[in-house]
Design a protein around this ligand. Sequence first.
Ligand SMILES: Cc1cc2nc3c(=O)[nH]c(=O)nc-3n(C[C@H](O)[C@H](O)[C@H](O)COP(=O)(O)OP(=O)(O)OC[C@H]3O[C@@H](n4cnc5c(N)ncnc54)[C@H](O)[C@@H]3O)c2cc1C
Length: 600
Amino acid sequence: MVLPYERIFTLMTTNTTYHIAIIGAGPRGLSGLEQLCLQYSGLNTTQTSYLGPDHIHLTLFNDKETLGPGTPWEIDQTPHNWLNISDRALENLEGRVAMHWRDLHIPSFPSYIDWCDKHDYRTYTNARDYFPSRSQMGQYLKARFKSIALPLKDYGVLKVITQKVIEVKTERNFLSIKTTSGQIDTLFHESVLTIGHQPTTDSPQIKKWKAHSKTTAAILIDNCYRKDLRSTIGSAIGIRGMGLAMIDVVRLLAHANHNYFTAASPVGPFLKYHIKNRSFEHIVLFSLDGFPPAPKPVGKRIDRKFAPSKKQRKAFKKEIKTHLDYASEQHSPNFLVEAFAKIAAAIYQSLSNEVGYSFDQETQLQEVIKDQVNNKNFKHEACINRSLPKIDYLKRLCLMAFGKAPFSLDYVVGQVWRHLQPDMYRLFAHTGLPDATMDKIVAIDEGTKAYSYGPPVKSVLQLIAMMESGILRLDVSSNPDIKTIPQGWQLSNSTTTYKVDTMINTVLDKPKLEAITAPILTNLLKDDVICPVSSDLGVATKANALIESKDASFTAGLAMLGRNCKGSVLGVDAILECFSPEITHWATGVLTRHLAYIDS
Ligand SMILES: Cc1cc2nc3c(=O)[nH]c(=O)nc-3n(C[C@H](O)[C@H](O)[C@H](O)COP(=O)(O)OP(=O)(O)OC[C@H]3O[C@@H](n4cnc5c(N)ncnc54)[C@H](O)[C@@H]3O)c2cc1C
C-alpha cells in the first residue's frame, strides 16, 4: 500500500527511527554498510540507549539479486575474466572486526588473503603474483555481505529491496525514493548512492553502427560482458578498444572450441596457442592509439625495484600537502608532476645497469619524466620504441615484466606511478583545487593507466601467442579507417584491409555526469540537486560524501560515493578504493547528523 505524502511525512516526523537508504549493493554499498555499523557499535552504553539498533532502519536497494559483488565481480561470469590487481596487492583488503551493538552481534569476516587460504585458493609466491578470476573475488564479496546482512535482517534493522532506483527527490529535508515498481512508502533521513558504472549516451560512431546493424547482417555487440556473447557473434570479429575489457573478451574467444595455450619453450616465457577448431577467421583489434596496455611486473622480486621507499613516500606526501594547503591557488598540476619526477628519477637512477638508457644528470632525467607524465605520446630514446612491430613491442614489454630485458623509462615511470597511486588517491580527495587543475590531474592519472592499471603478464603473453597464430591481428590497430559495408565493417589503413561481420565494443563508459543516461542521475541533474565538478567529470561532493548542491538551501542527507564522483576524488575504479577512508567519513557524518537530529 502506498501512503499519501502528508501521512508519510507525519509518520516520519513523529517517529524516532532514523531511516537510511543505501542504493547499490556492490563493494562500496557493502563497505558503507560495514562502516555504518562500526560507527554505531562504537558508541558507549549510555549512547546506545538512544542510538541502538532499534533507533535506526536501513533499506538497501540493488537492481540485482546477488548482494556484494556488484557488476564487475558477478559470480556467474566466465572464469576467463581476471582481476588486474594481483593478490599480493590485495593483502591490503583487510577483514572486518566483530561488532557488538547492544544485543545485536555482527561476526568478524576475514581479509581477502585469509579467506583465500581458508578456501585453499592459490595465492602468490615471492617470485610470481597470481591474478584470480573476478568471479572468485565476487564469491568473497558475496560471503562478506551475507555475514553482515543476515544478523541485521534478523534483528529487523535491514530491509533489502531488489529493484532499480530511478528517482531520489527531496521532500522537506527528507528523501523520497522511487523504483521501477513505484514510490517507496518511507521517507529517508539519509541516502547514499553507491551505484558504480552507469550507462552514457552513445558516441556518434556507436549510434551509426547501431543503425547499421538494424538494417544489415552486421552484428554489433555493445555490451561486451553479455553472457551469450560467444553464441551471438560471427566468424570475423572487430574489437573496438584495446584496454582491459578487450583482454577479457579476447581470452574468452581464445578458449572457444577447446583451444588452449601451452609454454612455447621450456625456458619461457612465451606461449603457444593451439587451435583445435578454428572458429574465427580473424579477430581485429583497434583503438585510437592502437597499443594494448603494458603488463605488470611478474612478481614481488621484480616489482620491488619500482617501489618508493618509506622515506620517499613520506617526502612525496609532504611536498604535495604543502601545495594542497593553498589548494585554491594551484592553477596547474605541476606541483604533483614535479614531486613525482624527483622520486621516479631517483628510482630510475638506482636501477643503473638494469635500464636501457643512462642519463648523466638527474635534473635532466627529471625534465624528461615530467614531459612523459604530461604527454603520454611523448617520445625519447629512453622510452620503448613505439614504432616497433606490435608483436616485438609487446614481447619487449613482457621481457621487462620478467626482468629479462633492460627497463625502459616509460615502464619504470608507469610502475612507480602505480606504487604511489594509493597515496595520491588519499591526497587528492576533496582537495579544494580549482576544477581545471583537478581535470588535468585526472587526465594525467588516466594517461598512466596503460601501465599503472596494466594486466597480468600472462594476458599479454596470450595476446602475443594469438598474434603469432595469425588469428589476432593488430596491423590496422591505430585508428583505422572504418567503413560500414552490407556484411559488416571494413577496417583499413594504407597497407591492409580487413572485413568483419561482428563488431564488439569494449570501450567502457566514462563517469562523465553530463553524458550519463541513468534516470537516477538525470533526474537529480534535472532538479538541480547535483552538479558536475567540471564538464568532463562526475558529481561534486564534500569530504563527508554529501553532494554539493547547486541549490544552497539543499540540506538533506544525500551522499554519493565511487566512480560517479570522479573529480571530487581521484581514485575510484579499484576494489581497494571501495574500502577507503572516504567511506568512513560518510558513515561518521551520518552518525553526527543523527545525533544532531535527536538534539533538534
Ligand atoms: C569490467 C570491469 C572490470 C573491473 N576490474 C577491476 C579489477 O580487476 N580490479 C579492480 O580493482 N577494479 C576493477 N574494476 C573497478 C570496479 O568498478 C570496482 O572495483 C568496484 O566494483 C566498484 O564498486 P562499486 O560498489 O562502487 O560499484 P559496482 O561494483 O558497480 O556496484 C554497484 C551496484 O549498484 C547496483 N546499481 C546500479 N544502479 C542501480 C540503481 N539505479 N538502483 C539499484 N541498484 C543499482 C548495481 O547492480 C551494483 O550491484 C572493474 C570494473 C569493471 C566495470
